[in-house]
Design a protein around this ligand. Structure first.
Ligand SMILES: [Fe+2]
Length: 256
């Protein structure tokens, strides 16, 4: 088996011929279609939402709406972003390209760049910068906030579900596939079937404050308080398909 974070990584492994097609009605029933390879070579095991984070002392949730709206000049000097070279942001931009087209995605990213964001390496460091008041809003995966809040309930940062009235919040996966030359192929498929079942899903997502990929599984109580949210249901294969385009777009927009 290959297990990895980010659909971009799984997509690249599949394209390189490292993963074999798995025809399992059980896996297909357990995991929604947008979190699975359309050619059945990999499947999501957890959902990781990448959304807007804000300093609760400086920003009201009513001031927030979409990824696009962070390009508004009112956010000038107030944003922290992780570098565009990290795969989480490449995947975010790749799905924006798939969803909105390259021209629209580029104008959004140019808007972010025009707001002079502080670029920081690492989602945890981004959240710490928001908490310290170095910036007011940011984009990170939500489980990083879960990890911090588990230790410090008073941490002054909250998650805002982006694009709920429009395309939904960007989600990525950690996932798995069976290697092309697996010696124990039947057992590997059984293991993935188990890992996508509601009980295993709950354990898996729980351990890292991620969301289960199987919608029948419950979420960790700590993050349940953040509420339900609408996921962007663009097939996450877009993270791989448009990865190179996303890198070029970030380059053109001056997003380092
Ligand atoms: Fe991560």
């Amino acid at each position: 088996m290959l297990i990895s974070v980010d659909a971009g990584n799984l997509w690249n492994a599949a394209r390189a011929g490292l993963l074999g097609k798995v025809d399992s009605p059980e896996i297909q029933a357990n995991i929604p279609a947008h979190l699975r390879d359309p050619e059945s070579r990999w499947v999501g095991l957890t959902v990781r939402a990448r959304t807007i984070m804000y300093n609760t002392k400086k920003v009201k949730p009513e001031e927030l709406s979409t990824y696009e709206a962070l390009a508004d000049p009112k956010w000038k000097g107030r944003l922290c972003l992780r570098s565009s070279t990290h795969i989480y942001n490449q995947s975010l931009l790749a799905t924006m390209i798939k969803r909105q087209g390259e021209a629209k995605a580029e104008s959004i990213v140019k808007g972010w760049v025009a707001n002079n964001p502080t670029l920081i390496q690492g989602d945890t460091k981004v959240l710490e910068a928001v908490a310290a008041g170095q910036c007011d809003a940011a984009l990170t995966n939500t489980y990083y906030l879960g990890r911090i809040i588990a230790k410090d309930a008073a941490f002054p940062v909250a998650a805002f579900w982006a694009n709920q009235q429009t395309t939904g919040t960007h989600v990525n996966i950690s996932g798995a596939g069976v290697t092309t030359h697996a010696k124990n192929r039947a057992e590997a498929i059984k293991l993935i079937e188990f890992l996508t079942s509601p009980d295993a899903q709950q354990m898996f997502a729980d351990s890292n404050f991620e969301y289960p990929a199987n919608p029948q599984a419950g979420v960790n109580p700590l993050i349940a308080g953040w509420g339900k949210f609408k996921q962007d249901d663009t097939n996450i294969a877009a993270a791989g398909e448009f990865q190179a385009a996303a890198t070029r777009l970030a380059d053109r927009a001056g997003y380092k």
